[in-house]
Design a binder for this molecule. Sequence first.
Ligand code: HEC
Length: 266
Amino acid sequence: MKQCKSIFIGVLSIILLFGVCGLLWAADKAKMPEKAKSIEATAEIESDHPEVEPGISCNDCHEIKYDAKTTATQVYLYEDSPRYDKGEGVMKKERVWQEIEKAIGGLKHDSKTFILGTSVNNVPLTTTCEWTLDPKTKNLYGFHEKGTEKLRHIAANPKVSMNYHEEFDSATFADYLCVQIRGTAELIEGSNPAFEKAMIELLPYEFGARVPKDATPKQREERLKQYRQSVRNDFLITKITPEQITIVNKNFSKEGFRLYQRWTNK
Ligand code: HEC
């Protein structure tokens, strides 16, 4: 009888132990977001959706599929559309790049200002700043003072999007041009040899160096070198590696091309 009782207690405690573990496991699972399926970019939340706290966005839990044929841009780029059959009017990759260079290329004082979009904790920020496209590496370089919000954003989240556009005439719609870039940014410190190299070869910093007009070439070089050294601690160079560039240009239609063309680094 005594043996029976202890077996009974033994079994009971095993059941209890499993029960407690099960409860703990369930509680843990409730805290962790359940693995969510990937969704289309156009998906919307339904009333039975798990609660989403403010500051959390769809892509924190779901992978978002942007390749959906439902997006208007996809139709403009490649699909059957009012003016083109599927695949018609699409430029070759090399040609798209040429057009991109024509729109946003140029070294030193031919650099361009862009709107740079960064994001931390799902709060976006746009900043106007200057960028130089390196035609050799296809990367963009910018020279910016340390401590600014955009650089803190990049340090926390290197995914960026940027946009260059020309003002258009809304009365005629005769001309429009814009270039949208998605890419990954990297901050380059002054101690990195790439910093000096980018300054010398690409960036428009000479204005800041204020070389006297009557300086000899040697004095000018001296002054520029001094300046490059003086900014090494207070500035950063940001390198952006584009992954996708979409260009919209009214002129493309003159040659029978679609207005929207896209280059990707793959
Ligand atoms: C905290 C995590 C989380 C966030 C944030 C979140 N979801 Fe979900 N979502 C889930 C989970 C978990 C499910 C249920 C599992 C599943 O079906 O993927 C779900 C289900 C869905 C479904 C049904 C999927 C299917 O095929 O059945 C859709 C659609 C959806 N979510 C859209 C959204 C959208 C749109 C947003 C942003 C506005 C969003 N979700 C934000 C966690 C999240």
